[in-house]
Design a protein around this ligand. Structure first.
Ligand code: TEU
Length: 562
């Protein structure tokens, strides 16, 4: 099927806190986004995904929502939101909202009611359980299951008021909603329809593969050295997930056109993703899978594993093959939960930063699927030089640090080494607009410092330089619009055993593209026949000297007729 508009589209993710601050309070806002819509239009992206902008205590930077149908006052008002939506639509860009309904904030009125008494009508809207049989409520180890939360500590919080515990897979200020209760589902559907009626173009659905839980809530497996168990077997891809997504599709999306639905699904398998994205089944248009961003994660979370290119190719190749005939891929290196890709898989030193950023963009955008650009990726923004733990703001970094150092006997240095390289705050330092103090992000004090390299790496300088990462991304995005093989071509992985070169072809009818990226700082030759005389469509450096010999961090895209 080639008539799905989003196959030819590129999504740009905005993390509103860190994008642009128009009112000088140090925090990005909707007016700041409006002020920079032309940057996004010039880049050529089609869809803007806004990380949560709803009222929130900001425990997890907005992924803890206390009112699903309003705008966080730090960010603006519904009127300004409407203005943003109109401004995006006027430039032919759509806006999708972040839908965070696996959990709400503990300050949401639903939870306030739920916690008020055991017989409150909303008690069952969340997961309440008594202490483990034979144990006293509130004593160590009495939690209903042995699960750990993603942000450190147990996944259960004891509530004095009724003596029971509530489940929170993430922070204790993010209680999990109970999707078994049909009233919860209906309330969520009504809220979603309200946003669509307002004109938004779809949703990115946060950890949507965790909404169905095994209601027996079994204990999880305890790994050596960890204080809490991994309970995910009971809530990733749970028994009623497909049913819930199909119901949502019927109740919210059926009969409406031009929308995009993206299911964020940590731990989803290729087989499950085929089911979720098969248009015949009516679930979601694409899933956001995690296998490739877990490529450099070993069994020990506090040991850095260097990238093995053959492993990355095996993972992405498996996803390409698995969704070749049914379903569709999301393609991303970066988002607000990941370190900056040029620092992670590229080389962020001055000599190679721009080249490796462009190479990584080329390889990603030429896969089959819909690419995502995370704010600043189009500038080749890098990780931040974090020092001690006091410089981090992310609840995940702080919570995991506490658990590792205080309960699991890790040294601060070993934990910090990993947080500096992989921590989420790397993605969350402010967008670098120009070389002025605070990078043009704010006139006040930014909530998280701007990377000192904004004097070199910033949007103003790059928009003025035709050889910049920005203009390269612009050409890459344009190629998707002008060369049909980019969106619709078949994908074939080449050189699966090569540790330096990432190579593949895309083919549509009589057109074939060859894409090669050199993931190393040394020259490397691709042993691929039959491309003599092919047209060079795109490269990030000078034209390769001889045949398919690539310079350090070079990328090439060739086209031939077959
Ligand atoms: O993240 C889902 C998720 O699984 C995260 O735990 C992620 O894998 C991890 O943080 C990577 O270090 C989503 C949102 O994207 C994230 O920002 C939220 O914190 C989380 O859900 C809870 O809403």
């Amino acid at each position: 099927m080639t008539d799905s508009w989003w196959k030819k589209s590129v999504v740009y993710q905005i993390y509103p806190r860190s994008f642009a601050d128009a009112d000088g309070d140090g925090m990005g806002d909707l007016r700041g986004i409006i002020d920079h819509l032309d940057h996004l239009a010039e880049l050529g992206v089609d869809v803007l995904w806004l990380s949560p902008v709803y009222p929130s205590p900001q425990d997890d930077n907005g992924y803890d929502i206390s009112d699903y149908q309003d705008i966080e006052p730090l960010f603006g008002t519904l009127e300004i939101f409407d203005e943003l939506l109109a401004g995006a639509h006027a430039r032919n860009m759509k806006i999708i909202m972040d839908l965070v309904v696996n959990h709400s904030s503990d300050e949401h009125p639903w939870f306030q009611e739920s916690r008020s008494s055991k017989d409150n009508p909303k008690r069952d809207w969340y997961w309440w359980r008594p202490a483990r049989p034979g144990m006293d409520s509130g004593t160590p180890g009495a939690e209903p299951t042995n699960w750990g939360s993603v942000f450190g500590g147990p996944a259960w919080e004891h509530d004095e008021k009724t003596g029971e515990y509530y489940l929170h897979l993430f922070s204790k200020k993010q209680p999990d909603l109970n999707w078994e209760n049909p009233e919860v589902r209906q309330a969520v559907h009504a809220m979603m329809r309200w946003w669509l009626d307002r004109g938004v173009d779809g949703f990115r659905m946060d950890v949507i593969n965790m909404i169905s839980k095994d209601v027996s809530l079994p204990d999880g497996r305890l790994n050596a050295g960890s204080a809490y168990a991994d309970g995910s077997a009971a809530f990733i891809g749970g028994p009623r997930l497909h049913e819930f997504l199909q119901e949502m599709h019927r109740e919210v999306f059926a009969g409406r056109d031009g929308l995009l639905t993206v299911g964020e699904m940590p731990g989803v398998t290729v087989d499950e993703a085929r089911l979720h994205t098969d248009p015949e089944r009516g679930e979601v248009d694409m899933v956001f899978q995690f296998d490739h961003v877990w490529v450099d994660r070993g069994p020990d979370p506090w040991l850095l594993v260097p990238l093995q290119l053959t492993a990355l190719k095996a993972i992405l190749g498996r996803w390409q093959a698995g969704l070749a005939d049914v379903g569709w891929n999301s393609l991303y290196w970066n988002n607000h939960d990941q370190p900056r890709v040029v620092s992670r898989f590229g080389d962020d030193s001055p000599a190679h930063r721009a080249a490796s950023a462009k190479m990584l963009g080329t390889v990603l955008h030429l896969h089959r699927g819909t690419p995502y650009v995370y704010q600043g990726e189009e500038l080749g923004m890098t990780n931040h030089p974090f020092g001690g733990i006091d410089e981090f703001r992310d609840i995940e970094a702080l919570g995991q640090y506490r658990q590792a150092v205080e309960l699991e006997g890790r040294t601060p240095e070993e934990v910090l080494r990993v947080l500096r390289a992989r921590g989420r705050d790397n993605a969350r330092t402010p967008m670098q607009w120009d070389d002025s103090p605070h990078g043009g992000f704010t006139t006040g004090t930014p909530w998280l410092p701007v990377n000192p390299n904004h004097t070199e790496i910033n949007a103003r300088a790059q928009r003025a330089d035709p050889e910049s990462v920005f203009h390269y991304y612009r050409r890459l995005i344009e190629l998707r619009k002008t060369e049909p093989a980019v969106a619709d071509g078949d994908f074939t992985m080449l050189l699966p055993h090569d540790e330096r070169l990432y190579a593949f072809t895309r083919r549509l009818g009589a057109t074939e593209l060859l894409v090669i990226g050199n993931f190393s700082g040394v020259e490397a030759r691709a042993e691929i026949d039959g491309w003599e005389g092919a047209e060079l469509v795109l490269t990030n450096l000078e034209r390769p000297a001889a045949g398919l010999t690539l310079q350090p961090w070079q990328a090439v895209v060739y086209r031939r007729a077959v």
